[in-house]
Design a protein around this ligand. Sequence first.
Ligand code: AMP
Length: 314
Amino acid sequence: MKRILEKIKAYNTIIIHGHKRPDGDCYGSQFGLKDIITTSFPNKEVYVVGEKSDYVDFVGQVDVITDDVYQGALSIVVDTAVQDRVSDKRYVLGKEVIKIDHHIPVDDYGHMRWVDTNFPSCAQMIAYFYHTFRNELKMTKQGAVALYTGIVTDTGRFRYRGVSRLTHQMAGMLLSLGAEVEEIDRHLSKETLNMVALKGYVYSNFVTTKGGFVYLKMTREAIIKYEVTDEQAASVVNLLSGIEGFPVWALFIEYPTEIRVRLRSNGPDIDKLANHYEGGGHAKAAGAKLKSWDDIKRFVTDVEAVVKRYLDTP
Ligand code: AMP
């Protein structure tokens, strides 16, 4: 952290990247870090780049920059385990690259890395970074809102493994800095009628397998029929959580060029399985890809083997 702070101090231009299909933690970490740097060092130019997220756009708006901005700049990539998932590949144009992440490391990119899987969200890492150097750093309410949003979204509202005393301490610190629980929850909990209808579709069409796996195929057809965004369609994965007898659940989402798997577990670790399908992530929450719907059969068999091994282990 000390070395990262030194690098931040050394560069005049800093460009913060996140991952493709950014979520609350990605946005929260990016905009929280931007706020800390710009507020503490007003002379620096700091940009957040990458894809837009409608769900968490109240946290901040991404910047559009030209390639020349990277000249002599520092790139910081947050919340992204693998290079392939970095949104906006121009991060490599920076003079140096720093990776800050809480995922199980799959590939070690960057000149400098701070990777710690004990943190349940990358936003908590950024909050902790601020807290560690609080005598020399500053943050506004907007930064606190961003980081609090990252923490609550990636912990499923403080419900997932990894939530610790430190998580609540950091959340408390962010409240002291101006984040308002109700205001943030209003943004995160707002619901459209189409989404309610889509949830009905999920509950009526999920598939259960004999081996303890429950999943839903979210086809393009369904996404179009319910008039939801891809991001909204992807958000329903946890409707299938916690069903007795089904320790692993997944949402398969059909994108124009690939099928993405959002895989979850409250039993066996599933990150290694995801590694076999061009994916990875956390032990209990991972992402992967299928080439076509035909691959589901093999995927189901592999999940069932993982569940069986888990249940057979005394
Ligand atoms: P998701 O289902 O997209 O929320 O992903 C669950 C976790 O796995 C997140 O922390 C992602 O960053 C990570 N993840 C998703 N897809 C991949 C992938 N293809 N490779 C590595 N990690 C991934």
